[in-house]
Ligand binder design. Structure first.
Ligand code: ZN
Length: 294
């Protein structure tokens, strides 16, 4: 009797252990596969959500060079001048006239954006858009000669590393802050409107708050970059930087292709003397350069 009870007990335990093994055996691979799916979901989901029409537009924008990455690691060559630079209609009049240009596609969307803001009683102008290599060089050299190279690197972009050379960028200001460049723009009605709506016109706020380690720049609410409407919408919705977006979509950097595709010389007379009062990206937030729109 005693042996029989023990056998029963043993059988019960054995069955229990088998059931346990069975369950844990089943559930583990399932859990890990769910985890690995989750890790990939954002890129996959991204592609799934993009309609064939949107994908086609994005592919075209990439081909047209609108997703070019220029930053402190990726320089444009000295002789790169964007094609089809077009004069802007809305600009701060006492800034250098050489910087009142954008590539046609960016200029057209910039005008559309500014006019939409105007309909809501908000005025927006560009203080600086296109900046030539020579302009960047003069500005950088000015800082090196007055502050030394170490300080110059903190406040001014090295020639070729300014995104302004792409012709896809504009620094913005508004009457509310007397047309100066600076962080005050972020709290102005124009700055708030831009943060909320610029993606609708294919622009992104290129240097978001807290992303300095990725972009190389502290928060610049006034610096907008044209990337095309599909990328702008996706970057805005995801709350990421251009660098992250390019990596997520395996787009890499297209500087070489964009430069190769651009055979054209300069149509814009660049001022070799430069304008040392014109602040560069890292030095835009400089209240001593009060610019009054005239
Ligand atoms: Zn800028």
């Amino acid at each position: 009797m005693n042996i029989l009870t023990q056998k029963r007990k043993f059988s019960s335990i054995l069955i229990f252990v088998m059931i346990l093994t069975l369950f844990s055996g089943c559930s583990r691979p399932e859990d890990s596969s769910v985890e690995s799916e989750n890790a990939d979901i954002s890129a996959e989901e991204q592609n799934r959500l993009r309609s064939p029409e949107d994908q086609e537009k994005l592919d075209q924008d990439i081909q047209d060079g609108y997703l070019i990455l220029v930053n402190k690691q990726n320089f444009l060559p000295e002789d790169y001048v964007p094609e089809d630079l077009e004069g802007l209609k809305y600009f701060a009049k006492d800034r250098t006239p050489d910087a009142r240009f954008m590539k046609k596609v960016a200029a057209d969307h910039f005008h559309e954006m500014v006019e939409a803001a105007q309909e809501e009683g908000i005025d927006i102008v560009s203080t600086t858009a296109y900046r030539s290599f020579a302009f960047q060089k003069n500005l950088y050299n000015h800082y090196v000669s007055t502050k030394g190279q170490e300080e110059a690197d903190k406040v001014s972009a090295r020639p070729g590393s300014s995104e302004h050379q792409t012709g896809l960028v504009a620094d913005l200001s508004t009457s509310e802050i007397n047309y100066i460049n600076g962080s005050a723009f972020g709290n102005s009605a124009a700055g708030k409107w831009i943060a909320e709506h610029c993606w609708e016109y294919g622009f992104i706020v290129r240097y978001p708050d807290g992303m300095e380690e990725i972009t190389g720049y502290t928060y610049e609410p006034w610096h907008v970059r044209y990337v095309g409407k599909i990328a702008a919408k996706e970057i805005f919705n995801e709350g990421i930087t251009l660098e992250e977006y390019l990596e997520e979509n395996n787009l890499g950097n297209s500087i070489q292709e964009v430069v190769k595709a651009s055979k054209r010389g300069s149509d814009v007379d660049t001022d070799d003397s430069g304008n040392v009062n014109e602040a560069d990206d890292a030095d835009d937030d400089d209240s001593t350069t009060d610019i009054i729109y005239g």
